[in-house]
Write a protein that binds this ligand. Structure first.
Ligand code: NAD
Length: 280
């Protein structure tokens, strides 16, 4: 039976460290959060981010913009925050209204205040192994792998999902650790090859958003399984991996909820603290 890789205890340890760093600063760091429209999911994220930030002594400044906000006025707003010396970090809540392209907005956030790590300059640094700010979910995955104690050198790692926020940055970070990385995605599934790749994984990282995509019997005995997926199924939140069956074969597995999720917001705060230190 697998050991559970829970995010909360790891997050608590990191938060204790961050609290000390924040209290040693000449003034509390300020996180500016931009919420466009009234999406219920985004409002829930804001609430939990605010609670985490304030628990660490960070000032959480919420800027709510109306549904009618267009790309140009959002960019103008971001530029205002870029120029505001009292703001240390900027986050844009997702989802944005359909008319706004997040990729276009993220490159306007000043790299030094880009605490989501999505400005192309910060992202590009990952390629050169010189990252200062990592995309939060990818950073959370790497923290959980560290917690498992696995030595990634030469390990067969399979990443399922190749999004900009998880799969791609995680792949680059794993390469830096000299893991042998296979990246699977929708094309792999369509070619009927997902099972074959997943079965080889000594470390399996899944970030797709499809409940039960990874069958428990595909998990290699002794594998480490990090399930990033969040899916609502009949009033329950589940991941992308069939947990009950996978847990019997894996050595470590993240629960969903309670695995990657609780760490992601902590990584955001860590990025803010790092960004603030660099600005000081
Ligand atoms: P995305 O939609 O941007 O990307 C999905 C990826 O899955 C793509 O690479 C796509 O090719 C691949 N894919 C889709 N169908 C597939 C299939 N049948 N077989 C193989 N690959 C397939 O997703 P994302 O933003 O990276 O999010 C992925 C999941 O992770 C979602 O459930 C999301 O809610 C969750 N998530 C969790 C956290 C957290 O903090 N725990 C953070 C971010 C995202």
């Amino acid at each position: 039976m697998a050991k559970l890789l829970e995010g909360k205890p790891v997050a608590e340890k990191i938060k204790e460290e961050l609290k000390k760093q924040v209290s040693a600063m000449p003034k509390p760091p300020v996180l500016a959060s931009i919420l466009v429209g009234d999406n219920a999911g985004a409002q829930a994220y804001v609430k939990s981010q605010k609670k985490t930030a304030e628990g660490l002594g960070i000032v959480y400044q919420l800027h709510s913009l109306g549904n009618e906000t267009d790309e140009k006025s959002l960019i103008d707003f971001v530029n205002k925050l870029n120029a505001d010396n009292s703001v240390n970090g900027i986050i844009i809540q997702m989802p944005l209204p359909a008319a706004i392209d997040y990729k276009n907005i993220s490159r306007h956030i000043s790299p030094g205040k880009d605490i989501e790590g999505m400005n192309p300059q910060n992202f590009g640094r990952i390629v050169f192994g010189q990252a200062q700010i990592l995309p939060c979910t990818a950073a959370a995955v790497m923290e959980l792998l560290k917690e498992s104690g696995v030595d990634l050198y030469g390990k067969e790692v399979v990443v399922v999902g190749h999004s900009e926020i998880v799969g791609k940055p995680v792949t680059l970070l794993l390469l830096d650790k000299f893991a042998t990385v296979t990246v699977c995605h929708i094309g792999t599934s369509k070619a009927g090859k997902l099972e074959e790749h997943v079965k080889k994984a000594e470390v399996l990282i899944v970030a797709v958003g499809r409940a039960g995509l990874i069958k428990g019997e595909w998990v290699k005995v002794g594998a480490i399984v990090i399930d990033v997926g969040i899916n609502r199924v009949a009033e329950r939140i589940v991941g992308d991996v069939e947990f009950e069956a996978a847990e019997k074969r894996a050595s470590f597995i993240t629960p969903v909820p309670g695995g990657v999720g609780p760490l992601t917001v902590t990584m955001l705060m860590r990025n803010l603290v790092e960004a603030t230190k660099a600005q000081l």
